[in-house]
Design a protein around this ligand. Structure first.
Ligand code: ADP
Length: 423
């Protein structure tokens, strides 16, 4: 017969509260689970306590914490969900107190065999988090062969609720880590594929273009000339795509070369607009530019800046309807040069704005899909702007138009040593 001892009871409660308070401070989940098991063992006064967590891949329960001195042995043991007392607690999600497990047909003996003891009593509670059972906390053999009582159950349940949160956060962390590693692996495969494909396509395409251009010179009749022109035009389009692909890859693997020189910004913008004059005329779009009052030079890679701004102009002309307007403007701001490309075209839905600079991303709408493209232009532009220590962003309203901004630092804080020169 056991007597109620109020002092001992209060002490146990105080200890439980203290343990729970300290558990909240622990950041290392493994350590926290071990603390739960140690506390459960001390507060229930039992021989061993185990914390089982359900393993989805094996459909078994593994021991996440137990007596530390047997950690290696316990790590090898898995408990079946079917035909075990622990498994029943897990499946039914209900606590049990079993005074004589040896005569219970569900009793699973691997643990007592491995640790060489005899199980005389078990008290086990489920680990429940947000209505989902994720494991079991189990105490074995109360000291002096006493039976487990209601207080022991209460202690185990209180500690199990703490452990459940910790165990779940580990499994979530593990899932996130695995998903991240998988994504990294896929990204690597994609980059390798791009690198190989663009490299392998470049040589035959160069030959097609070279020979077609040579043939064009030899052909005198207009009909055949037109046909060769189609070959040249399309092969040139393919060349641009391959160049974009290898540009993107160059930025990713750091192999891109930077050829710095002084760039006359007004000239750069005029040249880019001249290159797009034909497309603007074809699409019946009014393409204009606003230059700086003074001729300002900055140091940078002219070809790359020209591709960056050219992509913005090309997009503006592509996504603007006939009779629309596209304006490329240069503006001097304190410490920066701002280049903007403004259109009154179809605009970009607000929920797409953050994604359009990602590689291969295209706004999924019939209006954009009909223009083809590979979703690479803006990511190339962004990489080239960042190579110049600049920033790029967009303001847009669906149906009203878009304005892309490039901000290039003038200050010599950039490691490119960018400077301003007046002519
Ligand atoms: P693509 O080369 O396929 O056009 P980009 O990376 O240049 O790819 O652009 C990504 C997507 O952003 C485009 O498919 C288009 O949906 C959207 N976009 C870019 N510029 C504009 C613009 N000026 N107006 C409307 N949509 C745009």
């Amino acid at each position: 017969m056991t007597f109620f001892d109020p002092t001992a009871y209060t002490k146990r409660l105080e200890r439980l509260v203290e343990v729970c308070r300290n558990l909240g401070k622990s950041e290392d989940v493994e350590h926290l689970l071990q603390q739960v098991v140690n506390a459960a063992c001390a507060l229930t006064g039992c021989q061993y306590t185990y914390l089982f967590v359900y393993e989805q891949e094996t459909d078994l329960l593994k021991i996440s914490a137990g007596p530390v001195e047997h950690r290696d042995t316990l790590a090898r043991i898995r408990v079946p969900v079917e035909k075990s007392i622990t498994g029943t607690v897990f499946q039914k999600s209900r606590p049990v107190t079993i005074p004589n497990p040896q005569s219970d047909p569900r009793f699973f003996r691997d643990i007592e065999r491995a640790l060489r003891y005899t199980t005389q009593a078990i008290c086990a509670v489920p680990l429940i988090f947000r209505g989902k059972t994720i494991g079991v906390l189990e105490a074995v053999n109360k000291r002096d062969r006493l039976p487990f009582d209601e207080d022991d159950l209460l202690i185990l349940e209180t500690l199990a609720s703490q452990a459940a949160i910790a165990a779940l956060s580990t499994s979530l962390m593990e899932e996130t880590r695995n998903a991240y590693e998988e994504a990294q692996e896929l990204e690597k495969m994609k980059n390798n594929f791009i690198a190989i494909a663009s490299h392998e396509l470049r040589t035959p395409l160069g030959l097609v273009l070279g020979h077609a251009t040579f043939l064009r010179e030899l052909i005198s009749d207009d009909q055949h000339r037109n046909q060769v022109d189609i070959i040249i035009r399309n092969a040139t389009r393919l060349k641009v795509i391959i160049e974009e692909l290898s540009n993107v890859n160059g930025f990713i693997n750091g192999s891109v070369r930077y050829h710095a020189k002084l760039i006359h910004l007004n000239d750069l913008i005029q040249k880019i607009c001249a290159q797009h004059k034909e497309k603007a005329a074809q699409n019946q779009i009014n393409l204009q530019y606003i230059l700086l009052e003074q001729d300002i030079q900055i140091e940078g890679d002219e070809e790359k800046l020209s591709i960056a701004v050219g992509n913005l102009v090309k997009n503006a002309l592509t996504f603007t309807n006939p009779h629309g307007h596209v304006t490329v403007a240069l503006e001097m701001l304190p410490g920066f040069i701002q280049i903007s490309v403004d259109d009154d075209g179809i605009g970009i839905p607000s929920h797409e704005l953050s994604k359009i600079f990602e590689r291969f991303y295209q706004v999924q709408s019939h209006l954009t899909r009909q223009h083809g493209g590979m979703g690479l232009g803006l990511s190339v532009t962004k990489s080239m702007v960042e190579l110049h220590k600049g920033q790029i962003w967009v303001e847009s309203m669906e149906g009203k138009g878009s304005k892309f901004f490039i901000l290039l630092p003038i200050a010599s804080s950039s490691n490119l040593d960018t400077q301003v020169f007046l002519r």
